[in-house]
Design a binder for this molecule. Structure first.
Ligand code: SF4
Length: 391
């Protein structure tokens, strides 16, 4: 029997757990139909198996690996349950942009990676700590320009915050001995002082024109509805930090920990949509010009990648950075590209377009290699690397 769907190593799927490592042959539209109706995977497997036995040739001939769902009734039901009920986020849009099939696994079928306990500090624990340290420090300096003369005072302040944050971070997920945990986080406490050092350098280099104004600023919830383009695609998000600068212009930051932030080129070309989305949301909802959007690599690397308007190049002390510097036409093109990408994702998902699009970047961090169907496709069947077919 040829297997169309496998459930295994990286995924936990409710009732499917009982099936262990076995390959479960499931015809995709049946999976969807049954999963939106909340039936178990064992039942799904059974239903498909019966159909496969009855109609083997039909399955082989109909190109099930292309990630296209064509059943109109199913698409309508899916849209009602999945797309209309929950706004898009930067994460879900990025996942669709990178590989619609991985989006389909995560957001349509609702498959989540198993929370496994490893033998190292969990990247999420580390990231949460670093975010909280940066947020709590800036919270006590909202509206202020940091004063280089107070460097020692700030260093002590962030050290106390870091000790407090680390002390209240649960360590179960990382599954390492407490002594190792303590030693590892002693390093984070020291590194958190570099966060202040970068902020002071930036304040000095930019003559203190920026002041932190909003932290963890949410949009897309009931209080700040936000939708993109003529399609009115609803989007939700939370911006780590917004500073206000010259003439009330906004600088938007997302704190990144762990893996390298997307490059200026990826941001500009909307291979990564997060910062572009934040720019649109902040400009629309706060009614102020956005001067630039940046990834701030915590704890110690500072503003590493971003895109910004040419008029604010000096205000960001961007120096020799060129790729992210945009003139007004380029900025307009960038925001239009963000709108188009969000609309294309929404339209693609509504039309049942979930092709696997393998690429080094997407597949390296994918949670669904065990159920990916790209291997079943011939090279001619695959969309361009990392790309999404126009729909
Ligand atoms: S392994 Fe690659 S092609 Fe397959 S679902 Fe994941 S990202 Fe897509």
């Amino acid at each position: 029997m040829r297997s169309l769907w496998s459930i295994g190593r990286a995924c936990s799927v409710g009732a499917a757990c009982g099936l262990g490592r076995a390959l479960v042959a499931v015809e995709p539209e049946t999976v969807l139909w049954l999963s939106v109706c909340d039936k178990g995977f064992a039942e799904i497997a059974e239903a498909w198996h019966e159909r496969q036995v009855l109609d083997r040739t039909g399955i082989e001939a109909s190109g099930h690996f292309r990630g296209r769902i064509s059943c109109g009734e199913l698409l309508e039901e899916m849209a009602g349950i999945k797309l209309d009920a929950r706004p898009w986020s930067a994460h879900s849009l990025n996942q669709y942009i990178r590989c619609p099939f991985s989006y389909f696994c995560r957001y349509v079928l609702g498959i989540e990676p198993t929370d496994s306990v490893g033998d190292d500090v969990d990247a999420r624990d580390r990231g949460t700590c670093l975010h909280d340290i940066a947020k709590e420090f800036m919270e006590s300096h909202i509206g202020e320009v940091l004063d280089p003369a107070k460097a020692d005072e700030y260093a002590e302040e962030i050290r106390e915050i870091a000790c407090d944050v680390v002390g209240r971070t649960p360590s179960e997920r990382s599954g390492i001995p407490e002594s190792v945990w303590d030693a590892y986080f002693a390093g984070i406490i020291d590194a958190s002082q570099d966060f202040v050092a970068r902020e002071l350098e930036f304040a000095e280099a930019t003559s203190g024109v920026w002041r932190p104004a909003y932290l963890e600023w949410s949009f897309g919830s009931r209080v700040r509805e936000f939708a993109i383009g003529e399609r009115r695609v609803p989007v939700t998000g939370r911006i780590d930090r917004i500073d206000v600068g010259p003439g009330g212009a906004l600088a938007i930051y997302d704190y990144k920990s762990g893996k390298k932030a997307p490059s200026a080129r990826e941001i500009k070309e909307v291979a990564d949509i997060q910062l572009g989305l934040y720019a649109l949301a902040a400009e629309h909802l706060l009614g102020a010009e956005v001067a630039g959007v940046w990834y701030w690599q915590v704890p110690s690397m500072g503003r590493t990648e971003g895109v910004w308007k040419i008029d604010y190049h000096r205000d960001f002390n961007a120096g020799r950075k060129r790729t992210g510097k945009l003139d007004s036409d380029e900025w307009r093109a960038f925001t239009e590209l963000v709108e188009e990408a969000a609309c294309r994702c929404d339209e693609g998902a509504r039309q049942g377009m979930y092709p696997p699009t393998p690429s080094d970047d997407a597949c390296r961090y994918c949670d669904f290699p065990d159920i990916c169907r790209a291997v079943e496709l011939g090279a001619g069947d695959l969309p361009e690397e990392g790309g999404v077919e126009d729909v």
